[in-house]
Design a protein around this ligand. Structure first.
Ligand code: FAD
Length: 534
Protein backbone atom coordinates (compact mmCIF):
# COMPACT_ATOMS: atom_id res chain seq x y z
CA UNK A 1 0.00 0.00 0.00
CA UNK A 2 1.51 3.39 -0.91
CA UNK A 3 1.74 5.74 2.04
CA UNK A 4 -1.10 8.28 2.19
CA UNK A 5 0.12 11.85 1.75
CA UNK A 6 -0.34 13.99 4.84
CA UNK A 7 -0.46 17.77 5.15
CA UNK A 8 -0.94 20.01 8.15
CA UNK A 9 -3.87 21.73 6.44
CA UNK A 10 -6.02 20.85 3.46
CA UNK A 11 -7.93 23.76 1.90
CA UNK A 12 -10.81 22.73 -0.38
CA UNK A 13 -11.46 25.41 -3.01
CA UNK A 14 -9.07 28.05 -4.37
CA UNK A 15 -11.54 30.93 -4.49
CA UNK A 16 -11.66 34.33 -2.85
CA UNK A 17 -11.11 32.87 0.63
CA UNK A 18 -9.15 29.73 -0.30
CA UNK A 19 -6.28 31.58 -2.00
CA UNK A 20 -5.95 33.94 0.98
CA UNK A 21 -5.66 30.91 3.27
CA UNK A 22 -3.12 29.19 1.03
CA UNK A 23 -0.94 32.28 1.20
CA UNK A 24 -1.24 33.12 4.89
CA UNK A 25 -0.96 29.53 6.20
CA UNK A 26 2.29 28.95 4.29
CA UNK A 27 4.00 32.27 5.10
CA UNK A 28 5.92 31.05 8.15
CA UNK A 29 7.13 27.88 6.44
CA UNK A 30 6.06 25.84 9.49
CA UNK A 31 3.03 24.16 7.93
CA UNK A 32 2.51 22.04 4.81
CA UNK A 33 -0.65 23.02 2.96
CA UNK A 34 -2.55 21.32 0.16
CA UNK A 35 -4.91 23.54 -1.87
CA UNK A 36 -7.41 21.67 -4.04
CA UNK A 37 -9.38 23.33 -6.81
CA UNK A 38 -12.10 21.69 -8.92
CA UNK A 39 -11.41 24.03 -11.86
CA UNK A 40 -8.32 24.69 -13.98
CA UNK A 41 -5.46 27.18 -13.68
CA UNK A 42 -6.30 30.80 -14.55
CA UNK A 43 -4.39 30.95 -17.86
CA UNK A 44 -7.18 32.12 -20.15
CA UNK A 45 -6.64 35.74 -21.24
CA UNK A 46 -10.28 36.71 -20.59
CA UNK A 47 -9.71 35.98 -16.89
CA UNK A 48 -7.16 38.80 -16.80
CA UNK A 49 -8.99 41.38 -18.92
CA UNK A 50 -11.66 43.18 -16.83
CA UNK A 51 -14.30 43.18 -19.58
CA UNK A 52 -13.76 39.41 -19.91
CA UNK A 53 -16.42 39.32 -17.20
CA UNK A 54 -19.07 39.33 -19.95
CA UNK A 55 -17.46 36.35 -21.72
CA UNK A 56 -17.20 34.24 -18.56
CA UNK A 57 -20.90 34.20 -17.67
CA UNK A 58 -21.58 31.15 -19.78
CA UNK A 59 -18.07 29.66 -20.00
CA UNK A 60 -18.46 26.17 -18.53
CA UNK A 61 -14.70 25.63 -18.37
CA UNK A 62 -14.35 28.36 -15.70
CA UNK A 63 -17.86 28.67 -14.32
CA UNK A 64 -20.15 26.14 -12.61
CA UNK A 65 -23.06 27.80 -14.48
CA UNK A 66 -25.65 26.92 -11.87
CA UNK A 67 -29.27 28.04 -11.91
CA UNK A 68 -31.72 28.39 -9.05
CA UNK A 69 -34.84 26.32 -8.62
CA UNK A 70 -37.93 27.99 -10.08
CA UNK A 71 -38.56 31.06 -7.90
CA UNK A 72 -42.20 31.29 -6.77
CA UNK A 73 -42.07 35.07 -6.27
CA UNK A 74 -40.23 35.67 -9.56
CA UNK A 75 -42.79 34.37 -12.02
CA UNK A 76 -41.60 30.78 -11.48
CA UNK A 77 -38.32 31.47 -13.30
CA UNK A 78 -34.99 29.77 -12.79
CA UNK A 79 -32.43 32.53 -12.18
CA UNK A 80 -28.86 32.07 -13.41
CA UNK A 81 -26.33 31.53 -10.62
CA UNK A 82 -22.77 31.67 -12.01
CA UNK A 83 -19.81 30.69 -9.76
CA UNK A 84 -16.13 30.67 -10.53
CA UNK A 85 -14.55 27.24 -11.16
CA UNK A 86 -10.90 28.15 -11.61
CA UNK A 87 -7.97 29.34 -9.49
CA UNK A 88 -9.28 32.52 -7.87
CA UNK A 89 -12.83 31.10 -7.85
CA UNK A 90 -15.50 33.74 -8.30
CA UNK A 91 -12.90 36.51 -7.86
CA UNK A 92 -11.59 35.41 -11.28
CA UNK A 93 -14.93 35.88 -13.06
CA UNK A 94 -16.67 38.59 -11.02
CA UNK A 95 -17.56 42.18 -11.87
CA UNK A 96 -14.50 43.57 -10.01
CA UNK A 97 -16.47 46.06 -7.86
CA UNK A 98 -14.82 46.76 -4.52
CA UNK A 99 -17.48 47.54 -1.90
CA UNK A 100 -17.02 46.16 1.60
CA UNK A 101 -20.48 46.76 3.10
CA UNK A 102 -21.62 48.97 5.95
CA UNK A 103 -20.09 49.12 9.44
CA UNK A 104 -23.56 48.23 10.74
CA UNK A 105 -23.46 44.89 8.88
CA UNK A 106 -20.47 43.68 10.84
CA UNK A 107 -21.73 45.18 14.11
CA UNK A 108 -24.87 43.09 13.58
CA UNK A 109 -22.73 39.97 13.17
CA UNK A 110 -21.14 40.74 16.55
CA UNK A 111 -24.50 41.47 18.18
CA UNK A 112 -25.69 38.04 17.04
CA UNK A 113 -23.07 36.60 19.40
CA UNK A 114 -20.03 36.43 17.13
CA UNK A 115 -17.30 37.98 19.25
CA UNK A 116 -14.49 39.42 17.14
CA UNK A 117 -16.62 40.22 14.06
CA UNK A 118 -17.73 43.81 14.73
CA UNK A 119 -16.62 46.55 12.34
CA UNK A 120 -13.70 47.61 14.55
CA UNK A 121 -12.57 43.99 14.69
CA UNK A 122 -12.71 43.34 10.95
CA UNK A 123 -11.41 46.70 9.70
CA UNK A 124 -7.75 45.72 10.30
CA UNK A 125 -8.28 42.70 8.03
CA UNK A 126 -9.80 44.81 5.25
CA UNK A 127 -6.79 47.11 5.54
CA UNK A 128 -4.34 44.21 5.62
CA UNK A 129 -5.74 42.78 2.39
CA UNK A 130 -5.86 46.03 0.44
CA UNK A 131 -3.40 47.86 -1.82
CA UNK A 132 -5.49 50.90 -2.66
CA UNK A 133 -3.92 53.10 -5.32
CA UNK A 134 -5.12 56.11 -3.32
CA UNK A 135 -2.73 55.05 -0.56
CA UNK A 136 -3.17 54.00 3.05
CA UNK A 137 -5.17 55.84 5.69
CA UNK A 138 -7.16 54.94 8.80
CA UNK A 139 -9.69 52.97 6.73
CA UNK A 140 -7.60 51.71 3.82
CA UNK A 141 -4.51 49.62 3.24
CA UNK A 142 -1.78 50.62 0.81
CA UNK A 143 0.42 47.55 0.50
CA UNK A 144 -1.78 44.45 0.80
CA UNK A 145 -2.06 41.70 -1.83
CA UNK A 146 -5.40 42.89 -3.29
CA UNK A 147 -5.05 45.76 -5.77
CA UNK A 148 -7.88 48.32 -5.63
CA UNK A 149 -7.96 51.01 -8.32
CA UNK A 150 -9.88 53.98 -9.58
CA UNK A 151 -11.53 53.70 -13.01
CA UNK A 152 -8.85 53.88 -15.74
CA UNK A 153 -10.94 56.00 -18.11
CA UNK A 154 -13.81 58.20 -16.94
CA UNK A 155 -16.80 57.55 -19.16
CA UNK A 156 -19.11 60.52 -19.80
CA UNK A 157 -22.19 58.45 -18.94
CA UNK A 158 -20.74 57.40 -15.57
CA UNK A 159 -19.95 61.03 -14.76
CA UNK A 160 -23.42 62.11 -15.92
CA UNK A 161 -24.99 59.47 -13.66
CA UNK A 162 -23.19 60.82 -10.60
CA UNK A 163 -24.24 64.36 -11.50
CA UNK A 164 -27.86 63.23 -12.03
CA UNK A 165 -27.91 61.55 -8.61
CA UNK A 166 -26.71 64.80 -7.06
CA UNK A 167 -29.50 66.62 -8.90
CA UNK A 168 -31.89 64.23 -7.12
CA UNK A 169 -30.46 65.39 -3.80
CA UNK A 170 -28.06 62.54 -3.04
CA UNK A 171 -24.67 63.65 -1.71
CA UNK A 172 -21.46 63.06 -3.69
CA UNK A 173 -19.48 60.21 -2.14
CA UNK A 174 -15.81 59.90 -3.13
CA UNK A 175 -15.29 56.69 -1.14
CA UNK A 176 -18.03 54.08 -0.68
CA UNK A 177 -15.69 52.26 1.73
CA UNK A 178 -15.04 55.38 3.74
CA UNK A 179 -16.79 57.01 6.68
CA UNK A 180 -20.24 56.63 5.11
CA UNK A 181 -21.64 54.61 2.22
CA UNK A 182 -24.58 56.83 1.33
CA UNK A 183 -24.56 58.93 -1.85
CA UNK A 184 -23.31 58.81 -5.42
CA UNK A 185 -19.88 58.22 -6.91
CA UNK A 186 -17.60 56.13 -9.09
CA UNK A 187 -16.73 52.57 -8.12
CA UNK A 188 -13.25 51.39 -7.29
CA UNK A 189 -12.34 47.99 -8.70
CA UNK A 190 -10.03 45.08 -7.99
CA UNK A 191 -7.53 45.60 -10.77
CA UNK A 192 -3.94 46.75 -11.13
CA UNK A 193 -2.83 48.72 -14.20
CA UNK A 194 -5.86 47.56 -16.14
CA UNK A 195 -5.48 43.85 -15.26
CA UNK A 196 -7.89 41.94 -12.99
CA UNK A 197 -6.55 41.23 -9.51
CA UNK A 198 -8.24 37.99 -8.47
CA UNK A 199 -7.09 36.26 -5.29
CA UNK A 200 -5.19 33.86 -7.56
CA UNK A 201 -3.19 36.85 -8.81
CA UNK A 202 -2.91 38.77 -5.55
CA UNK A 203 -2.46 35.97 -3.02
CA UNK A 204 -1.73 32.64 -4.68
CA UNK A 205 0.80 33.64 -7.30
CA UNK A 206 3.34 35.05 -4.79
CA UNK A 207 2.93 31.96 -2.58
CA UNK A 208 3.29 29.31 -5.29
CA UNK A 209 7.05 29.14 -5.17
CA UNK A 210 6.94 28.14 -1.48
CA UNK A 211 8.00 24.53 -0.99
CA UNK A 212 5.37 23.98 1.72
CA UNK A 213 2.42 24.74 -0.61
CA UNK A 214 1.03 22.24 -3.10
CA UNK A 215 -1.75 23.29 -5.45
CA UNK A 216 -3.74 20.70 -7.37
CA UNK A 217 -6.17 21.90 -10.06
CA UNK A 218 -8.95 19.97 -11.81
CA UNK A 219 -9.38 18.13 -8.51
CA UNK A 220 -12.95 17.73 -7.27
CA UNK A 221 -13.08 16.98 -3.56
CA UNK A 222 -15.80 14.38 -3.15
CA UNK A 223 -15.73 13.47 0.53
CA UNK A 224 -14.45 14.59 3.92
CA UNK A 225 -13.20 11.61 5.93
CA UNK A 226 -13.87 11.39 9.67
CA UNK A 227 -12.51 9.41 12.55
CA UNK A 228 -15.51 9.60 14.86
CA UNK A 229 -16.26 13.33 15.00
CA UNK A 230 -12.82 14.45 13.87
CA UNK A 231 -12.13 15.41 10.26
CA UNK A 232 -8.98 13.56 9.25
CA UNK A 233 -8.70 13.71 5.49
CA UNK A 234 -10.47 13.98 2.18
CA UNK A 235 -11.01 12.11 -1.05
CA UNK A 236 -10.72 13.87 -4.35
CA UNK A 237 -11.19 12.93 -7.96
CA UNK A 238 -8.84 13.97 -10.74
CA UNK A 239 -9.77 12.53 -14.11
CA UNK A 240 -10.65 8.88 -13.51
CA UNK A 241 -8.53 8.60 -10.40
CA UNK A 242 -9.72 8.91 -6.80
CA UNK A 243 -7.08 9.89 -4.24
CA UNK A 244 -7.03 10.11 -0.46
CA UNK A 245 -5.03 12.67 1.52
CA UNK A 246 -4.80 13.25 5.25
CA UNK A 247 -4.70 16.41 7.34
CA UNK A 248 -2.81 16.18 10.61
CA UNK A 249 -4.29 19.45 11.85
CA UNK A 250 -7.33 20.69 9.95
CA UNK A 251 -9.48 20.47 6.85
CA UNK A 252 -10.71 23.89 5.75
CA UNK A 253 -13.72 23.96 3.45
CA UNK A 254 -13.61 27.08 1.25
CA UNK A 255 -15.76 25.92 -1.63
CA UNK A 256 -18.19 28.84 -1.65
CA UNK A 257 -21.80 29.31 -0.58
CA UNK A 258 -23.17 26.58 -2.87
CA UNK A 259 -20.44 23.96 -2.75
CA UNK A 260 -19.34 24.17 0.90
CA UNK A 261 -22.72 23.01 2.25
CA UNK A 262 -22.91 20.48 -0.61
CA UNK A 263 -19.57 18.92 0.40
CA UNK A 264 -20.54 18.84 4.10
CA UNK A 265 -23.87 17.18 3.27
CA UNK A 266 -22.21 14.62 0.97
CA UNK A 267 -19.83 13.84 3.83
CA UNK A 268 -22.58 13.18 6.39
CA UNK A 269 -22.72 16.62 8.02
CA UNK A 270 -26.17 18.10 7.49
CA UNK A 271 -29.90 17.60 8.03
CA UNK A 272 -30.38 13.90 8.88
CA UNK A 273 -33.60 13.37 6.86
CA UNK A 274 -31.98 14.83 3.71
CA UNK A 275 -28.83 12.73 4.09
CA UNK A 276 -30.83 9.57 4.86
CA UNK A 277 -32.91 10.06 1.73
CA UNK A 278 -29.70 9.60 -0.27
CA UNK A 279 -28.31 6.80 1.89
CA UNK A 280 -25.47 8.94 3.27
CA UNK A 281 -24.15 7.77 6.67
CA UNK A 282 -24.63 10.52 9.25
CA UNK A 283 -21.59 11.97 11.01
CA UNK A 284 -23.45 14.92 12.56
CA UNK A 285 -27.13 15.79 12.26
CA UNK A 286 -26.92 19.53 11.57
CA UNK A 287 -30.15 21.00 10.16
CA UNK A 288 -28.43 24.36 9.54
CA UNK A 289 -26.02 23.08 6.87
CA UNK A 290 -27.28 24.59 3.60
CA UNK A 291 -30.07 26.42 5.38
CA UNK A 292 -30.57 30.20 5.30
CA UNK A 293 -29.23 31.02 1.81
CA UNK A 294 -29.31 34.82 1.52
CA UNK A 295 -28.60 36.54 -1.81
CA UNK A 296 -28.88 39.93 -3.48
CA UNK A 297 -31.74 40.27 -5.95
CA UNK A 298 -31.81 43.21 -8.35
CA UNK A 299 -34.27 45.01 -10.58
CA UNK A 300 -32.79 46.01 -13.96
CA UNK A 301 -34.08 48.67 -16.30
CA UNK A 302 -32.91 49.03 -19.90
CA UNK A 303 -32.43 52.37 -21.62
CA UNK A 304 -31.69 53.35 -25.20
CA UNK A 305 -29.16 56.20 -25.48
CA UNK A 306 -29.05 59.01 -28.01
CA UNK A 307 -25.35 58.80 -28.92
CA UNK A 308 -23.28 55.75 -29.87
CA UNK A 309 -20.96 56.00 -26.86
CA UNK A 310 -21.96 52.87 -24.92
CA UNK A 311 -20.16 49.53 -24.79
CA UNK A 312 -22.79 48.15 -27.19
CA UNK A 313 -21.31 50.49 -29.79
CA UNK A 314 -17.69 49.94 -28.85
CA UNK A 315 -17.80 46.15 -29.26
CA UNK A 316 -19.78 46.22 -32.52
CA UNK A 317 -17.76 45.56 -35.68
CA UNK A 318 -14.20 44.38 -36.11
CA UNK A 319 -12.70 47.87 -36.44
CA UNK A 320 -13.70 48.80 -32.88
CA UNK A 321 -12.56 45.44 -31.51
CA UNK A 322 -9.15 45.63 -33.15
CA UNK A 323 -8.48 49.18 -32.01
CA UNK A 324 -9.62 48.32 -28.47
CA UNK A 325 -7.33 45.27 -28.42
CA UNK A 326 -4.41 47.38 -29.64
CA UNK A 327 -5.08 50.12 -27.10
CA UNK A 328 -5.31 47.57 -24.31
CA UNK A 329 -2.15 45.78 -25.43
CA UNK A 330 -0.11 48.99 -25.55
CA UNK A 331 -1.53 51.07 -22.71
CA UNK A 332 -3.89 48.83 -20.68
CA UNK A 333 -6.56 51.43 -21.29
CA UNK A 334 -9.85 51.64 -23.15
CA UNK A 335 -13.14 49.84 -22.79
CA UNK A 336 -11.54 46.45 -22.10
CA UNK A 337 -10.70 47.81 -18.62
CA UNK A 338 -14.37 48.56 -17.87
CA UNK A 339 -15.86 46.82 -14.82
CA UNK A 340 -19.40 45.44 -14.77
CA UNK A 341 -20.83 48.62 -13.34
CA UNK A 342 -19.15 52.01 -13.34
CA UNK A 343 -20.93 54.36 -10.98
CA UNK A 344 -23.55 54.02 -8.31
CA UNK A 345 -25.65 55.61 -5.65
CA UNK A 346 -26.42 54.11 -2.24
CA UNK A 347 -29.93 55.12 -1.31
CA UNK A 348 -32.29 54.83 1.65
CA UNK A 349 -35.37 53.96 -0.39
CA UNK A 350 -37.69 52.45 2.22
CA UNK A 351 -38.99 54.96 4.77
CA UNK A 352 -38.05 52.66 7.66
CA UNK A 353 -34.39 52.16 6.63
CA UNK A 354 -31.73 53.86 8.74
CA UNK A 355 -28.86 53.16 6.36
CA UNK A 356 -28.87 52.65 2.56
CA UNK A 357 -31.01 49.69 1.53
CA UNK A 358 -30.54 49.98 -2.25
CA UNK A 359 -27.47 50.11 -4.48
CA UNK A 360 -28.48 51.88 -7.69
CA UNK A 361 -25.87 51.49 -10.42
CA UNK A 362 -25.26 52.18 -14.09
CA UNK A 363 -23.80 49.57 -16.44
CA UNK A 364 -22.53 50.94 -19.74
CA UNK A 365 -24.17 48.24 -21.90
CA UNK A 366 -27.55 46.63 -22.48
CA UNK A 367 -28.92 43.37 -23.78
CA UNK A 368 -32.07 41.29 -23.60
CA UNK A 369 -30.53 38.69 -21.33
CA UNK A 370 -27.65 38.70 -18.88
CA UNK A 371 -24.49 37.39 -20.50
CA UNK A 372 -26.27 37.33 -23.89
CA UNK A 373 -25.75 39.41 -27.03
CA UNK A 374 -25.66 43.16 -26.53
CA UNK A 375 -28.25 45.34 -28.24
CA UNK A 376 -27.41 46.57 -31.73
CA UNK A 377 -28.15 50.15 -30.66
CA UNK A 378 -26.61 52.41 -27.96
CA UNK A 379 -27.89 51.16 -24.62
CA UNK A 380 -27.26 51.11 -20.90
CA UNK A 381 -28.65 49.25 -17.90
CA UNK A 382 -29.77 50.57 -14.53
CA UNK A 383 -29.38 48.05 -11.72
CA UNK A 384 -31.01 48.35 -8.30
CA UNK A 385 -29.77 45.81 -5.76
CA UNK A 386 -31.81 45.08 -2.64
CA UNK A 387 -28.99 45.33 -0.10
CA UNK A 388 -30.38 43.60 2.99
CA UNK A 389 -32.87 40.98 1.86
CA UNK A 390 -34.85 39.29 4.62
CA UNK A 391 -35.68 36.37 2.33
CA UNK A 392 -33.86 33.13 3.02
CA UNK A 393 -33.68 29.86 1.15
CA UNK A 394 -31.46 26.79 1.05
CA UNK A 395 -28.86 24.65 -0.73
CA UNK A 396 -29.54 20.89 -0.71
CA UNK A 397 -27.89 17.95 -2.40
CA UNK A 398 -30.01 16.29 -5.05
CA UNK A 399 -27.97 13.11 -5.22
CA UNK A 400 -25.14 11.31 -3.44
CA UNK A 401 -23.06 11.89 -6.58
CA UNK A 402 -20.72 14.85 -5.94
CA UNK A 403 -20.80 15.77 -9.64
CA UNK A 404 -24.52 16.55 -9.50
CA UNK A 405 -25.40 20.20 -8.88
CA UNK A 406 -27.17 20.90 -5.60
CA UNK A 407 -30.65 22.42 -5.50
CA UNK A 408 -30.25 26.18 -5.01
CA UNK A 409 -33.22 28.13 -3.71
CA UNK A 410 -32.58 31.74 -2.59
CA UNK A 411 -36.33 32.30 -2.23
CA UNK A 412 -36.07 35.82 -3.68
CA UNK A 413 -38.68 38.43 -2.70
CA UNK A 414 -40.34 36.13 -0.19
CA UNK A 415 -41.15 38.90 2.30
CA UNK A 416 -43.36 41.96 2.00
CA UNK A 417 -40.54 44.23 3.21
CA UNK A 418 -38.22 42.94 0.47
CA UNK A 419 -40.87 43.61 -2.15
CA UNK A 420 -41.62 47.10 -0.82
CA UNK A 421 -37.94 48.02 -0.64
CA UNK A 422 -37.03 46.85 -4.13
CA UNK A 423 -39.95 48.76 -5.65
CA UNK A 424 -38.89 51.90 -3.77
CA UNK A 425 -35.28 51.32 -4.87
CA UNK A 426 -36.16 50.91 -8.56
CA UNK A 427 -38.22 54.11 -8.35
CA UNK A 428 -35.17 55.92 -6.96
CA UNK A 429 -33.06 54.46 -9.78
CA UNK A 430 -35.53 55.68 -12.40
CA UNK A 431 -35.55 59.16 -10.84
CA UNK A 432 -31.79 59.36 -11.32
CA UNK A 433 -32.04 58.41 -14.99
CA UNK A 434 -34.75 61.06 -15.45
CA UNK A 435 -32.70 63.88 -13.82
CA UNK A 436 -31.40 66.47 -16.33
CA UNK A 437 -27.74 65.40 -16.41
CA UNK A 438 -28.73 61.86 -17.43
CA UNK A 439 -31.96 62.58 -19.30
CA UNK A 440 -30.11 64.43 -22.05
CA UNK A 441 -28.37 61.17 -22.99
CA UNK A 442 -31.50 58.98 -22.93
CA UNK A 443 -33.70 58.42 -25.96
CA UNK A 444 -36.17 56.15 -24.13
CA UNK A 445 -36.56 53.64 -21.33
CA UNK A 446 -37.03 50.35 -23.16
CA UNK A 447 -37.82 48.25 -20.09
CA UNK A 448 -40.12 48.47 -18.25
CA UNK A 449 -41.07 51.54 -20.31
CA UNK A 450 -42.66 54.79 -19.26
CA UNK A 451 -46.18 53.31 -19.22
CA UNK A 452 -45.21 51.06 -16.30
CA UNK A 453 -45.70 53.45 -13.44
CA UNK A 454 -47.79 51.98 -10.65
CA UNK A 455 -46.11 50.12 -7.79
CA UNK A 456 -47.84 46.82 -8.55
CA UNK A 457 -46.85 47.03 -12.23
CA UNK A 458 -43.27 47.77 -11.25
CA UNK A 459 -43.19 44.85 -8.83
CA UNK A 460 -44.55 42.57 -11.54
CA UNK A 461 -41.76 43.75 -13.86
CA UNK A 462 -39.10 43.21 -11.19
CA UNK A 463 -40.39 39.69 -10.55
CA UNK A 464 -40.32 38.84 -14.28
CA UNK A 465 -37.04 40.47 -15.30
CA UNK A 466 -34.92 40.82 -12.16
CA UNK A 467 -31.84 38.78 -11.41
CA UNK A 468 -29.18 38.16 -8.80
CA UNK A 469 -26.06 40.25 -8.36
CA UNK A 470 -24.28 36.98 -7.48
CA UNK A 471 -23.73 37.36 -3.73
CA UNK A 472 -24.98 34.12 -2.12
CA UNK A 473 -23.98 33.69 1.53
CA UNK A 474 -25.05 32.21 4.88
CA UNK A 475 -25.36 28.51 4.01
CA UNK A 476 -22.84 27.54 6.72
CA UNK A 477 -23.76 30.43 8.95
CA UNK A 478 -21.55 31.46 11.88
CA UNK A 479 -23.49 31.84 15.13
CA UNK A 480 -24.30 30.57 18.57
CA UNK A 481 -27.81 29.20 18.02
CA UNK A 482 -28.77 25.58 17.37
CA UNK A 483 -28.91 26.00 13.57
CA UNK A 484 -25.56 27.79 13.26
CA UNK A 485 -22.95 25.70 11.44
CA UNK A 486 -19.72 27.31 12.64
CA UNK A 487 -18.75 29.11 15.81
CA UNK A 488 -17.07 32.52 15.81
CA UNK A 489 -13.69 30.82 15.22
CA UNK A 490 -15.23 29.25 12.10
CA UNK A 491 -14.94 25.71 13.53
CA UNK A 492 -17.79 23.42 12.53
CA UNK A 493 -19.81 23.10 15.72
CA UNK A 494 -19.60 19.80 17.53
CA UNK A 495 -16.81 18.44 15.29
CA UNK A 496 -13.04 18.87 15.38
CA UNK A 497 -10.38 19.28 12.73
CA UNK A 498 -12.89 20.98 10.42
CA UNK A 499 -13.62 24.62 9.59
CA UNK A 500 -15.56 26.48 6.95
CA UNK A 501 -13.93 29.71 5.79
CA UNK A 502 -15.65 31.48 2.90
CA UNK A 503 -18.73 33.56 2.05
CA UNK A 504 -21.03 30.85 3.40
CA UNK A 505 -20.21 31.74 7.02
CA UNK A 506 -21.65 35.27 6.81
CA UNK A 507 -24.61 35.50 9.21
CA UNK A 508 -26.32 37.75 6.64
CA UNK A 509 -25.28 39.27 3.35
CA UNK A 510 -23.34 42.53 3.61
CA UNK A 511 -24.82 45.75 2.19
CA UNK A 512 -22.37 45.85 -0.70
CA UNK A 513 -20.53 43.40 -2.94
CA UNK A 514 -19.26 40.25 -1.30
CA UNK A 515 -15.73 39.71 -2.64
CA UNK A 516 -14.01 42.19 -0.28
CA UNK A 517 -15.83 40.79 2.77
CA UNK A 518 -14.99 37.20 1.77
CA UNK A 519 -11.31 38.09 1.43
CA UNK A 520 -11.52 39.71 4.87
CA UNK A 521 -13.03 36.43 6.17
CA UNK A 522 -10.08 34.57 4.61
CA UNK A 523 -7.61 36.92 6.31
CA UNK A 524 -9.26 36.69 9.71
CA UNK A 525 -9.90 32.97 9.30
CA UNK A 526 -6.19 32.40 8.62
CA UNK A 527 -5.30 34.24 11.84
CA UNK A 528 -7.77 32.09 13.81
CA UNK A 529 -6.37 28.88 12.33
CA UNK A 530 -2.77 29.90 13.05
CA UNK A 531 -3.60 31.01 16.60
CA UNK A 532 -5.18 27.63 17.33
CA UNK A 533 -2.26 25.75 15.75
CA UNK A 534 0.37 27.09 18.13
C1 FAD B 1 -20.59 36.71 -12.04
C2 FAD B 1 -20.21 37.22 -10.68
C3 FAD B 1 -20.04 38.59 -10.49
C4 FAD B 1 -19.69 39.08 -9.23
N1 FAD B 1 -19.38 40.41 -9.10
C5 FAD B 1 -18.85 40.84 -7.93
C6 FAD B 1 -18.32 42.14 -7.83
O1 FAD B 1 -18.31 42.91 -8.79
N2 FAD B 1 -17.81 42.53 -6.63
C7 FAD B 1 -17.82 41.71 -5.55
O2 FAD B 1 -17.38 42.13 -4.47
N3 FAD B 1 -18.30 40.45 -5.62
C8 FAD B 1 -18.78 39.99 -6.79
N4 FAD B 1 -19.20 38.70 -6.90
C9 FAD B 1 -19.23 37.86 -5.69
C10 FAD B 1 -17.85 37.42 -5.17
O3 FAD B 1 -16.97 37.19 -6.23
C11 FAD B 1 -18.05 36.17 -4.30
O4 FAD B 1 -18.88 36.52 -3.21
C12 FAD B 1 -16.75 35.62 -3.73
O5 FAD B 1 -15.81 35.42 -4.74
C13 FAD B 1 -17.04 34.31 -3.00
O6 FAD B 1 -15.84 33.77 -2.52
P1 FAD B 1 -15.77 32.29 -1.92
O7 FAD B 1 -14.38 32.08 -1.49
O8 FAD B 1 -16.85 32.12 -0.91
O9 FAD B 1 -16.17 31.34 -3.12
P2 FAD B 1 -15.53 31.20 -4.58
O10 FAD B 1 -14.65 32.38 -4.87
O11 FAD B 1 -16.64 30.93 -5.50
O12 FAD B 1 -14.54 29.96 -4.45
C14 FAD B 1 -14.94 28.64 -4.27
C15 FAD B 1 -13.93 27.77 -5.02
O13 FAD B 1 -14.09 26.42 -4.59
C16 FAD B 1 -14.03 25.58 -5.73
N5 FAD B 1 -14.76 24.36 -5.39
C17 FAD B 1 -16.08 24.22 -5.18
N6 FAD B 1 -16.37 22.96 -4.85
C18 FAD B 1 -15.20 22.27 -4.85
C19 FAD B 1 -14.86 20.92 -4.59
N7 FAD B 1 -15.78 20.01 -4.23
N8 FAD B 1 -13.56 20.55 -4.71
C20 FAD B 1 -12.61 21.46 -5.05
N9 FAD B 1 -12.88 22.76 -5.31
C21 FAD B 1 -14.17 23.15 -5.19
C22 FAD B 1 -14.69 26.40 -6.82
O14 FAD B 1 -14.38 25.90 -8.10
C23 FAD B 1 -14.14 27.78 -6.53
O15 FAD B 1 -12.93 28.01 -7.17
C24 FAD B 1 -19.56 38.18 -8.13
C25 FAD B 1 -19.72 36.80 -8.32
C26 FAD B 1 -20.04 36.32 -9.58
C27 FAD B 1 -20.18 34.83 -9.78
Amino acid sequence: MPEIETYDFIVVGAGSAGCVLANRLTTSGRYRVLLLEAGPADRNLWLQIPLGYGKLFTDRRHNWCYATEPQPQCAGREVIAPRGKVLGGSSSINGLIYIRGQAEDFNLWRQLGNAGWGYDDVLPYFRKSEANERGADALHGGDGPLAVSNARDLHPLALAYVEAAQQCGYPRNADFNGATQEGAGLYQTTMRDGVRCSTATGYLKPARRRANLRVVTDALTTLILFDGRRGTGIEYRRGDETRTVRASREIIVSSGAFNSPQLLQLSGVGPAPLLQSFGIPIVADMPGVGDGLNDHYAGRILLRCRDPITLNDAVRGWGGKISAAARYAFSRRGYLTTAAISAGCFVRAHPLSETPDSQCSIALYSGDSIGGTLHAFPGITGVCTLLRPESRGYVRITSSDPRQAPAINPNYLATERDRETIVAGVKALRRIFRAPAMARHIAEEIEPGAACDKDDELLDFIRRRGSTTYHPVSTCRMGQDARAVTDERLRVRGLSGLRVIDASIMPAVVSGNTNAATIMIGEKGADLVLADAT
